[in-house]
Design a protein around this ligand. Structure first.
Ligand code: GRG
Length: 308
């Protein structure tokens, strides 16, 4: 398939949903749910204060939003995905807190605020990240989901976060700094550090709504490719945007000599790579009805437009 940059516009054809408005409303629903959780879980522990700070610091909430949309695509009410969406956002926030530590990316700014270790000190930030992993599991285990769904979600978490996912991806990312790595190695890093948690978001939203394996598989496949596109877009924005807009330090990939598609291919070809991944994500939804797939397709195109 030959892909040209102008094709991004065509990707939106037939999509009638206002994606920006939809994201704003879903984000508000999630943020209210998170606020309720933090009110109920309120504790005098300094660890609670630190992780609540990072959870509340903002963020696009794209993973819980995707879980809600997958839940709707699978026939459920989006709100049924809120507990697992919260657990995913907790795991994501743990990864950001730890990634920002001096031993890893050593960053001072996250979500437009001082990073957790800058605000609370390194020891507290490490422990706040640790605690978030277990709080996420507690959220799943105490949710209204059926015992089998809880087992499936915890199993998926273990899979996407361990040595086949997030933690391994971070490790490979650190090892690749300053080294010449080829595109397939970059894709492997992107898959582990980013795309698997996207896959989890789609899987989880669908799983709480149904047990139709084919449908869940299609939605998870959409998440896999969308996650790759998302990471490429993030890396493109790192060189084309500024810290104020991003809420984190821009231009760091170049300084730290990170392995990114921009470094491997250059900016224009990286855009095409992001576009190809977006098209693959959309293709993964081929088996779904239009009314099931429209919003997710629209969201994928909307994300890509940020860099086209
Ligand atoms: C420390 C175990 C561990 C994992 C870290 C690599 C990694 C995993 C974290 C570093 C940050 C990074 C580049 C993650 C890749 C995924 C990504 C682009 C995260 C940023 O996600 P957004 O844009 O952030 O959704 P917000 O703040 O909007 O939630």
């Amino acid at each position: 398939m030959k892909i040209v940059l102008g094709r991004a516009i065509a990707l939106n054809r037939g999509i009638t949903v206002d994606i920006s408005a939809l994201i704003t409303t879903r984000k508000a629903v999630f943020d209210e749910y998170l606020a309720g959780y933090l009110r109920d879980a309120q504790s005098s522990s300094g660890i609670f204060e630190a992780f609540a700070y990072s959870l509340k610091a903002g963020g696009k909430r794209i993973r819980p939003i995707l879980a809600m949309l997958a839940c709707e695509a699978a026939g459920g009410p989006g709100t049924a995905a809120l507990p697992v969406g919260l657990a995913i956002e907790m795991i994501h926030t743990f990864s950001l807190i730890h990634d920002d530590l001096p031993a890893l990316d050593n960053d001072d700014l996250r979500r437009g605020m001082p990073t957790c270790h800058k605000k609370f000190g390194e020891a507290t930030a490490i422990l706040a990240g640790d605690a978030l992993i277990f709080q996420a599991l507690a959220v799943i285990c105490t949710s209204p989901y059926s015992p089998q769904v809880k087992v499936d979600l915890c199993t998926a978490f273990a899979d996407v976060c361990g040595t086949a996912g997030l933690v391994q991806g971070e490790y490979e990312d650190v090892l690749a700094e300053g080294r010449d790595v080829d595109l397939s190695q970059i894709e492997e890093i992107y898959t582990q550090k980013t795309s698997r948690l996207f896959e989890m978001s789609l899987y989880a939203g669908a799983r709480v709504a149904c047990d139709d394996k084919a449908l869940i598989g299609s939605l998870a496949g959409f998440g896999t490719h969308l996650g790759l596109a998302f990471q490429a877009i993030d890396d493109i924005l790192d060189v084309t945007s500024d810290s104020r807009t991003l809420g984190k330090s821009a231009g760091k990939d170049l300084v730290q000599r990170k392995a990114t598609v921009v470094k491997a291919l250059g900016l224009d070809a990286a855009r095409i790579w992001a576009q190809t991944s977006t098209l693959k994500a959309i293709k993964a939804l081929d088996g779904l009805r239009d009314d099931q797939a429209e919003t997710l397709k629209g969201l994928a195109s909307w994300m890509l437009k940020r860099v086209m």
